[in-house]
Design a protein around this ligand. Structure first.
Ligand SMILES: [Zn+2]
Length: 387
């Protein structure tokens, strides 16, 4: 099959009058300028490789439409725990399967997925076209539970093994990491710095308050669940949570809604393999906030994007994430936004060897973005999978 369009995405820029040729398995057999009069399927709009959703929680898919918006971090967590109790295993499984299919059809080629249980594992293995980086999450503030928590995480790892599946332990967030867990993390990640660790970071103002002043929503929350909280040994959530990691560690820092420019520069200068994953529609949903993307523009090659879960988003459509950014930051051009969505996401999940660009011999998917206007997205823009 031969495909062409007004614009074809490459990490270096858009190409016109180009074609992508694939065999019946979708593997690219040619990528070159189109010859005069040559026959190819023409698409109005953009053709690009598949998207990367660098942050999702597929295991929460059954919560779509059940959690109210703008409840804040601890309010949201409470809602998730409460609402999940009423969901049957069958409903859960149906929702996960549906989410995987929707994700794939709307152009996603790879996902960084947070896992606290093994429910999603069989469905991901049954869908090997979609690459999954399974981040088995470690969290807990009870010092005496650290061993049990760590063992539970380790026991989950092998359950995710399968075709096109990558797996690593990961830390949930600074405010959910006990000192004992942090010590365990330091030992463990020393041996696995070539793998990616995904951490929720500075998603809310409450995260600063608990570190700086031992007050706020998290202090109340710890009290409610019976944790004797004495304060963290650092006033910076970044310093605290990144303490276990060597400079070479591959990091995926998620949300960053409340991060400062100085902190961004600090992370970039200390961690050469750190990516910032922004989840703008989830931030709007939970906190009614939006990341200040202008702070990150110096480090454009370090930005990737995610949806977060269907508990805090209306869909897992990645194109909607960049449309939300375009509406608030109209000076960021569509090529840059697509680079965050495609090539940077592939790099953040260490899949650049086949994803993120069109290359002969590879299958990175072919996605058609339709209904664009003057190289900008419109409210009718849609991403359709061709390959
Ligand atoms: Zn998340």
């Amino acid at each position: 099959m031969k495909y062409t369009a007004n614009y074809i995405y490459t990490p270096e820029g858009f190409l016109a009058n180009y074609l992508i040729e694939t065999n019946e398995k979708g593997i690219i057999t040619d990528f070159r300028p189109i010859a005069a009069g040559e026959d190819a399927l023409f698409y109005e709009g953009i053709l690009c490789p598949g998207f990367v959703n660098a942050h999702c929680h597929l295991e929460l898919s059954a919560l779509r439409g059940l959690v109210p918006e703008h409840t804040g971090m601890t309010g949201f967590a409470g809602q998730v725990v409460g609402k999940r109790k009423n969901i049957s295993p069958a409903e859960n499984e149906t929702a996960i399967k549906k989410a995987l299919e929707e994700m794939w059809e709307s152009g996603t080629e790879a996902v960084g997925d947070i896992c606290n249980e093994a429910t999603t594992a069989p469905f991901k293995k049954a869908f090997p076209a979609l690459f999954c980086y399974n981040f088995v999450e470690i969290f807990g503030m009870r010092e005496n539970m650290a061993d049990t928590i760590w063992e539970k995480g380790l026991a989950l790892l092998p359950l995710f093994e399968g075709e096109n599946q990558e797996i690593n332990l990961t830390l949930h967030a600074p405010y959910s990491l006990s000192l004992a867990l942090r010590e365990k993390a330091k030992k463990y990640f020393l041996q696995s710095k070539n793998k990616v660790v995904s951490i929720h970071l500075l998603e809310s103002k409450a995260e600063r308050a608990i570190f700086e002043a031992k007050t706020g929503d998290f202090a109340t929350f710890y009290q409610q669940i019976g944790i004797d909280f004495q304060g963290f040994p650092s006033s910076s959530p970044i310093e605290y949570v990144l303490f276990p990691f060597e400079n070479a560690q591959n990091l995926l820092l998620v949300h960053n809604t409340e991060i400062s420019e100085i902190e961004i520069d600090f992370i970039i200068s200390h961690f050469a393999n750190a990516f910032f994953c922004l989840c703008p529609r989830s931030n709007l949903f939970i906190h009614n906030t939006f990341p200040d993307i202008s702070l990150f523009l110096k480090h454009k090659n370090r930005i990737c994007l995610g949806t977060d879960s269907l508990a805090s988003n209306h869909s897992l459509e990645m194109l909607a994430e960049i449309y939300a950014i375009q509406q608030r930051f109209p000076t960021i051009n569509l090529h840059t936004l697509l680079t965050w969505l495609i090539s940077n996401g592939a790099a953040a999940l260490q899949q650049s060897h086949y994803l993120g660009h069109f290359e002969i011999g590879k299958n990175a998917g072919i996605i058609h973005i339709q209904e664009i206007s003057h190289l900008s997205l419109t409210e009718n823009s849609k991403a359709i999978r061709l390959v």
